[in-house]
Write a protein that binds this ligand. Structure first.
Ligand code: NAD
Length: 495
């Protein structure tokens, strides 16, 4: 099948001078360094994006601060919801354009870009829009003694923290940015976003749309560039909260820097080594399509994707054979080809990391399928299934963040619980079984921010998401985000 034709609007956007977007307009600086944005499917330069300077980071925070105290503070909760819904409408109207930018920039199969990244951005934004009018404190009756007839009452207010720095990884640049800007704007905060240096394009288009639909200048700003830009932002004295999504080592550095700056609040959504567990009763034919989808969508570059699968010993041979066959049958190719199920890895550094894992394979594990790079142009690799014989295996302990899944057999439920928890991480875990009674007994014993049953990696805006242990601090979505983006102010009154 052939590739979808690029829209004229995509071609025009890519040819434009691109860079930071501050106070409602592009902020370009001829003196700034420029990063080339590479299409991972063919290694060609598709756009050039200026790196933000320290002065531009200051300007972005200043614009966000003005909007926080001015235009956005004066926008009623109802109107904030209306504007967020208008932005969701604009994403729908420009959905194909955004999906094409995503496929070109991050190598996401066009169907995944359309049906997951773009469609879910709309769903999440509308969810946040619904919260704007429902953020309340409570009224309290204190028990203070009345000496001379005086009385007391108290109430709490949920007040926006202020300017938020949103730092975004390369895997879902649009959706993760929407999580951050939706949370910030719904609570009355304003935001400066920093996309990954590898994949800034869809967010740069989104922020143009935000201005077009009438979101006030300065409420959403974007600064482009690498880690240094994120560091300037994290350490900026006027930033009141950092919402970071990325790797564990960077997250720890960001958390420490934010604390050191001014005890700046942080939410850290980090990586993991997520397990899936198949109990003895599973129907392997039912489970295989779900595992392929959850572990190999976007080439496994999803933070919550399972990378280690524990299978009851009585079922592991059947799973190995059927999952291996399903993976060997996936169509690898251009993300712009609608029949392709498996595109390239998102950038060269990550491709090199996964290639180096391939070189370390076979010593201790059986390679069931995959384990090789594909072709000599683009960052293509094979979906890979391994079977280990020891729980200490490298592929059961290190996050690869790629399409590499490792199987291990277990014999008893007690052993399984130990295996699931034997990791510094705790982002997501899943149990696959028809024995719900057993699953419900296991769930409290699993150290993980989310436990799925007969599914994995599904996120819903109403369900809090985040990591336990080294997978992060704080939760996004549900009502949990409100706590993270607001301060609780107590008011006591004597009368
Ligand atoms: P990364 O940590 O390398 O980079 C993330 C972002 O931080 C990028 O924008 C980067 O430029 C910026 N950054 C780098 N150094 C910084 C510094 N010192 N200060 C401030 N910002 C800095 O992560 P990545 O490679 O882009 O993404 C992959 C990782 O993200 C994986 O570990 C994955 O598990 C994790 N992830 C987690 C979630 C989640 O919700 N828990 C979602 C997606 C990805």
């Amino acid at each position: 099948m052939s590739e979808v034709a690029l829209l004229d609007s995509v071609i025009t956007f890519l040819a434009k001078p691109l860079g930071s977007f501050i106070d409602g307009r592009p902020a370009l600086d001829e003196q700034a360094g420029v990063s080339e944005i590479i299409n991972p499917a063919n290694e060609q330069v598709i756009a050039r994006v200026q790196d933000a300077t320290a002065v531009q980071v200051d300007a972005a925070v200043a614009a966000a601060s003005r909007a926080f105290k001015g235009s956005w503070a004066q926008t009623s909760p109802y109107l904030r919801g209306v504007l967020l819904n208008k932005l969701a409408d604009a994403i729908e109207q420009h959905g194909e354009e955004l999906a094409q930018l995503e496929a070109l920039n991050s190598g996401k199969a066009i169907n995944v870009a359309r049906g997951l990244e773009v469609a879910q951005s709309v769903v999440f934004l509308r969810y946040f829009a619904g919260w704007t009018t429902k953020i309340n404190g409570e009224s309290i009756t204190p028990s203070l003694p009345s000496m001379a007839g005086e009385q007391y009452t108290a109430f709490t207010r949920r007040e926006p923290v202020g300017v938020v720095a949103g730092i975004v990884p390369w895997n879902f640049p649009l959706l993760i940015a929407v999580w951050k800007l939706g949370s910030a704007l719904a609570t009355g905060c304003t935001i400066v976003l920093k996309p990954s240096e590898f994949s800034p394009l869809s967010l740069l288009r989104l922020v143009e749309l935000a201005t077009e639909v009438g979101i006030p200048d300065g409420a959403i700003n974007v600064v482009t560039g690498a880690g240094k830009v994120g560091q300037w932002l994290t350490e900026h004295g006027e930033v009141r909260k950092v919402s970071f999504t990325g790797s564990v080592p960077t997250g720890i550095a960001v958390g420490a820097a934010a604390m050191k700056s001014k005890l700046t609040r942080v939410t850290l959504e980090l990586g993991g080594k997520n397990p899936a567990a198949l109990l003895a009763d599973v129907n392997i034919d039912d489970v295989v399509p779900g595992l392929v989808m959850t572990a190999f969508t976007h080439q496994g570059q999803i933070c919550a994707s399972p990378e280690r699968i524990y299978v009851h010993r009585s079922r592991i041979d059947e799973l190995e054979q059927k999952l291996g066959a399903a993976l060997a049958g996936l169509k690898i190719g251009s993300p712009l080809d609608e029949s392709v199920q498996f595109g390239p890895l998102a950038n060269k550094a990550h491709y090199q990391k996964i290639a180096s894992y391939f070189e370390r394979m076979g010593d201790g594990q059986v390679v069931v399928t995959g384990g090789r790079t594909v072709g000599d142009k683009g960052y293509f690799v094979e979906p890979t299934l391994l079977r280990a014989s020891s729980p200490d295996d490298l592929f059961l302990t290190e996050e690869t963040f790629g399409p590499i899944v490792c199987l291990l057999a277990f014999d008893s439920d007690e052993e399984l619980i130990e295996l699931l928890n034997d990791t510094p991480y705790g982002l997501g875990a899943s149990l696959w079984t028809n024995d719900l009674s057993k699953a419900l007994r296991m769930i409290p014993r699993i150290e993980s921010g989310t436990v799925w049953v007969n599914m994995h990696t599904f996120l819903d805006p109403a369900v809090p998401f985040g990591g336990s242990k080294s997978s992060g601090i704080g939760r996004e979505f549900g009502s949990a985000f409100i706590e993270a983006f607001t301060e609780l102010k107590s008011v006591m009154i004597r009368y």
